[in-house]
Design a binder for this molecule. Structure first.
Ligand SMILES: [Zn+2]
Length: 253
């Protein structure tokens, strides 16, 4: 079956590889891709082409999904799995894109069992075995200039990886050579430290990471890909775990 899979991939790439001018413009205009080697960029282009062939990107409220929008979302999503495999995004097929932040309404129950109706504005959301939902406004802002530690595409696709082994809990399926206890220790110590820091002074990374372990993993991933050195400075053990998981050394780029 392996030869068949390879043949199919070749067949798709022959017809659907992202055109060079479109790809080159994105690589040279978005700071998040700075520092990738030419072979990494070439591999990212193939991964992104296959990703866009497998997934459906749909605009909400009449948003036209231009080739530029498709490629910029696809390439950022595939940056997380550059050294992994496209199969990490199996089991779901849709990316929904709102023109700007969108409102969600939900019934939430607290620890005492009291159910309340809440409405919130979001820039992204990730459903288990369902779609990734994004706001184009936010993506565009974060893509065109440097916003260290902020990237909604990285955030939501990190949740997707986290949910590969069940509910989002801040621990994606680790590789065989990784040690589960080391991951748990690094992340739980960092999570507790961020919560303590919040009470006394401005924390080293985005406070949103302190809302839940799953959010800490997603926020730490945002830093890993947009401000690797900042994450390495404030949370070196978390950086090392993410470097082992993503198989990338972003601080060195
Ligand atoms: Zn989140």
């Amino acid at each position: 079956m392996k030869w068949f899979k390879r043949w199919r991939i070749r067949h798709i790439l022959d017809r659907h590889t992202i055109p060079w001018p479109l790809w080159s413009t994105l690589m040279h205009s978005a700071p998040i891709f700075t520092g990738l080697s030419s072979s990494e960029r070439a591999h990212l282009r193939l991964l992104t082409s296959l990703f866009l062939h497998r997934k459906t990107l749909s605009g909400i409220h009449g948003l036209y999904i231009s080739p530029e929008i498709m490629v910029s979302i696809g390439a950022q999503a595939c940056l997380l799995i550059l050294k992994l495999d496209l199969d990490y995004y199996d089991g779901w097929s849709e990316v929904l894109i709102y023109p700007s932040a969108f409102k969600v309404a939900r019934d939430v129950s607290d620890a005492a069992g009291v159910v309340s109706h809440q409405e919130r504005m979001l820039s992204g959301e990730s459903w288990s075995r369902g779609p990734v939902i994004l706001s184009w406004d936010d993506i565009e802002t974060e893509l065109s200039s440097c916003h260290p530690g902020h990237n909604v595409v990285i955030h939501e696709f990190a949740h997707k990886l986290d949910m590969l082994n069940g509910r989002a809990n801040g621990m994606p399926p680790l590789h065989g050579e990784m040690v589960r206890e080391a991951w748990t220790k690094s992340f739980s110590q960092a999570y507790e430290r961020l919560q303590k820091e919040l009470k006394h002074h401005r924390p080293g990374i985005n406070a949103y990471g302190a809302t839940a372990p799953a959010e800490f993993f997603a926020v730490a991933s945002e830093y890993f890909f947009t401000a690797g050195q900042t994450l390495k400075k404030h949370y070196p053990a978390v950086y090392d775990q993410l470097a082992a998981f993503y198989r990338q050394d972003t601080a060195g780029r």
